[in-house]
Ligand binder design. Structure first.
Ligand code: CO
Length: 502
């Protein structure tokens, strides 16, 4: 940005420009234009090519060997951070690629020296599919930071802060950057006040930044401005915006959100952008160039990165799930695109596609009874399945799956709004729901995991891989052990002592 432009803007807001910076930030008024020190107003970019973008577009199948050659180029770009781990990558590495996720982390860390590394962690679920014991959560965070992670973004499907508490505490203990994340959703109880209070509570838990995670692309620019301002009015921690391009609104929401005071946005290099992925990095950089929010990234530094990923996209083209532009069903029904397409295929299987509209009408009914959970994994599946059952059986709550019972028992955490007591009674009968933090109900798990994985353990991290994905690790760890020990003579002794099946 040029000095002239900055001066011009400051003069137009002379009341603020003459004020003290700290006071200004704390007392910012709704309609004021923030005038801050240059580094604060520079928009920053998190590149998602190495995590969310390939998770969204090619089923998380990008191999580490396809990432390695471009890492040093990416390190030169000037990104705020690279998202490169967590989410589904951990599972996918072992299950589909025969790769050790921990090795990926270490390799990327070796090549990326200047840029921060960032990951997505599902609170007490870590990167798996159930709640784990507190000792496992702490061990996972410890090993993750120990292997080179800088920023850990933590969310919970219900926005239940208790499910983030142990992980958050450990991130702080390890000295990493704690980014606490609000799962954005639309419902009568998800008001601006509720989100702002959540952000404030997160700040009290030690959050170094707050992410607004719009997994469905539901956040429009108008609401984005309101949300950023509402959070800004409560806390000064930096805000990072995360959205998906699915409904076509994400770039607009980012621009509006940045103008309103957000600091960082999540984008993907163009060959891995748009559709169900993030908005394109190059477009955002170009759009902001020369203005107050200039990212400082030079477009020509992005060109070789884009060229590289163009080839990678071609390589994985058979896996690309292209939504063909914009999915307007998100705008129509205000549910995630993935949830909509799941419901369509479920109904097709049952020869009941003609009931789609009824299921769509049933979703808000189910959600209300369940206290308006955000629609994100796993709650989107739970709500979708129950709504389908309610319609297809011809009687509401006649069939209630195990997951819904568990939900009403409190094992997922506390819902954003009170549960419908009558439906809860139908779901769990006379059983007493738990009211404590769900993690408290799980006995320590690490010792047993270490014992179970001991034979194939090459590194302390292997016990965690085993704990989270026992079925997958049962195949993966012995294979890796065989591969590594045969290749590396340094492990000869361990081979002799180990009794692994070949
Ligand atoms: Co995402």
């Amino acid at each position: 940005m040029t000095q002239d432009k900055r001066a011009g803007r400051a003069n137009a807001n002379s009341a603020e420009s003459s004020g003290k910076k700290t006071e200004e930030t704390a007392n910012r008024k709704e309609d004021s234009v923030p005038v801050e020190a240059k580094p604060k107003r520079r928009a920053m970019v998190m590149e998602t090519a190495l995590r969310d973008a390939h998770q969204s577009l090619i089923a998380t199948r990008m191999r580490t060997s396809d990432m390695a050659p471009v890492l040093e180029l990416m390190d030169e770009v000037g990104y705020y951070s690279l998202e490169m781990w967590g989410g589904a990558t951990f599972d996918s590495c072992m299950r589909f690629l025969g790769e050790d996720p921990w090795e990926r982390l270490r390799l990327i860390r070796r090549h990326v020296k200047k840029t921060k590394l960032q990951m997505l962690l599902r609170g007490q679920n870590l990167v798996g599919y159930r709640h784990y014991a507190d000792d496992a959560v702490r061990e996972f965070v410890k090993r993750t930071v120990g292997n080179g992670m800088d920023i850990i973004r933590i969310f919970d499907a219900l926005n239940d802060l208790r499910n983030m508490e142990i992980a958050a505490d450990q991130v702080k203990k390890e000295g990493a950057h704690l980014q606490m994340c609000i799962a954005y959703t639309l419902s009568p109880v998800h008001t601006l006040d509720a989100f702002a209070k959540m952000a404030l509570d997160m700040t009290h838990m030690g959050a170094d930044s707050i992410a607004i995670k719009d997994m469905a692309g539901l956040l429009n620019p108008v609401d984005c401005v309101r949300l950023v301002k509402a959070i800004r009015a409560k806390t000064d921690v930096p805000i990072q915006l995360h959205s998906h391009y699915t409904s076509g609104m994400a770039s607009m929401a980012y621009y509006a959100g940045l103008e309103a005071g957000a600091s960082v946005v999540d984008t993907a290099i163009s060959p891995f952008s748009m559709g169900t992925s993030q908005p394109p990095t190059e477009s955002l950089v170009a759009a902001l160039a020369g203005g107050e929010l200039d990212t400082g990234i030079r477009l020509e530094n992005l060109v070789p990165v884009a060229e590289y990923f163009k080839k990678i996209r071609e390589k994985y083209s058979n896996l690309i799930a292209d939504i063909g532009g914009v999915d307007i069903n998100i705008l129509r029904y205000q549910i995630p695109g993935g949830m909509y397409s799941n419901l369509v295929s479920q109904l097709k299987e049952q020869n009941a596609l003609d009931r789609l509209e009824d299921v769509m009408q049933e979703i808000p009914v189910v959600r209300r009874a369940m206290g308006y959970p955000p629609l994100v994994t796993p709650t989107s599946q739970i709500v979708g399945t129950q709504a389908t059952l309610n319609v297809l059986t011809g009687q509401r709550w006649k069939v209630i799956p195990k997951e819904v019972k568990q939900y009403f028992m409190g094992y997922y955490g506390t819902a954003p709004a009170p549960l419908d007591p009558e439906v809860q009674k139908l779901a769990i009968g006379n059983e007493e729901p738990i009211t404590c933090r769900p993690g408290e109900k799980i006995a320590p798990e690490m010792e047993e995991a270490r014992r179970a994985a001991a034979v194939w353990t090459l590194q302390p991290e292997d016990a965690l891989s085993w704990l989270m994905f026992p079925q997958v690790a049962k195949d993966f760890l012995p294979q890796k052990y065989a591969r590594v020990t045969k290749r590396d003579v340094g492990f000869d002794e361990m081979v002799d002592n180990a009794a692994y099946p070949v």
